[in-house]
Design a protein around this ligand. Structure first.
Ligand SMILES: [Zn+2]
Ligand SMILES: [Zn+2]
Length: 114
């Protein structure tokens, strides 16, 4: 049930093997749907995700390429160090459950400067 379907955002949907992959910035992962454009119910696992009240509209954006897959894989969700809740850094700088500010990301291995 959508409380507010009129405010559903339109998201790019990437097609692969008869399915649409939609990046959810609240879950920090791809949601999978059958490859039919239109309004969908979000499969969000993050409490308080706005998509669970609005759903979203799938807009066909082309094939899910290996480059896109890698790009999305690099945005994996993180765990809050204080309470263990799964948090999405892209959606908020704070844990949605306990409010703790997320620590800075570890620097990449390649960033070695003298
Ligand atoms: Zn989601
Ligand atoms: Zn937390």
């Amino acid at each position: 049930m959508y409380k507010d379907p009129n405010n559903a955002p339109t998201l790019p949907a990437y097609e692969t093997s008869g399915q649409y992959a939609v990046w959810c910035c609240y879950c920090c992962r791809l949601h999978w749907h059958g490859a039919i454009p239109g309004h969908r119910r979000a499969h969000c696992t993050v409490p308080g995700s706005p998509y669970t009240t609005t759903g979203y509209v799938l807009d066909r954006a082309g094939p899910l390429t290996p480059a896109l897959r890698k790009q999305y894989r690099d945005r994996r969700p993180e765990r809050c160090r204080a309470c263990g809740h799964q948090v999405s850094r892209l959606a908020s700088e704070r844990c949605m459950r306990c409010g703790k500010v997320l620590p800075a990301k570890r620097p990449g291995r390649v960033e070695v400067t003298a």
